[in-house]
Design a protein around this ligand. Structure first.
Ligand code: ATP
Ligand code: MG
Length: 144
């Protein structure tokens, strides 16, 4: 039986359009690598409206859903499949709180994000979603 706290997990990072526009992809990726994550897949894409709506479907009843979809389609993003022991929780800790104003010093959102809506990166929120979201953007063959 696997201990979910210590097993090898996958989690999905999206470097969001605000961070790509600011050309801070390199700094964000370096912080992720320095924290011990392995990159299994990475590509730059532009989400269309239907993909963005589907990816964030869990938020479809929230008042910010329309704004979130239009932000996520506003420019290219970098999607990265990450792997590491305890990847989901460790990556959430590395990116910090949703609102950069509340994020801890040294976290990716504290350093690179401007606001709660334009917050530089996405991170999966559970082991199950780490698998689902990685599969949303990558086929098994694309994961090295
Ligand atoms: P993500 O899922 O992108 O990693 P998160 O898990 O920290 O972020 P969620 O609650 O899942 O936060 O919200 C998804 C995204 O929706 C946020 O990252 C942010 O871009 C946007 N968002 C969340 N709350 C708000 C809000 N109150 N106003 C505007 N945008 C918001
Ligand atoms: Mg979330």
């Amino acid at each position: 039986m696997s201990d979910s706290l210590h097993s090898l997990q996958r989690t999905l990072c999206i470097i969001k359009p605000d961070a790509v526009k600011k050309k801070v992809q390199g700094g964000i990726i370096q912080k992720i690598l320095d924290a011990g994550f392995n990159i299994r897949g990475m590509k730059m894409i532009r989400l269309d409206e239907s993909a963005a709506r589907k990816f964030y479907e869990v938020h479809k009843e929230r008042p910010f859903y329309g704004e979130l979809v239009s932000f996520m389609t506003s420019g290219p993003v970098v999607v990265i499949a990450l792997e590491k022991e305890n990847a989901v929780a460790d990556y959430r800790k590395l990116i910090g709180a949703t609102d950069p104003a509340e994020a801890e010093e040294g976290t990716i959102r504290k350093i690179f994000a401007d606001s709660k809506s334009e917050n530089a990166v996405h991170g999966s929120d559970s082991e199950e979603n780490g698998k689902i979201e990685t599969g949303f953007f990558f086929t098994d063959k694309e994961l090295i």
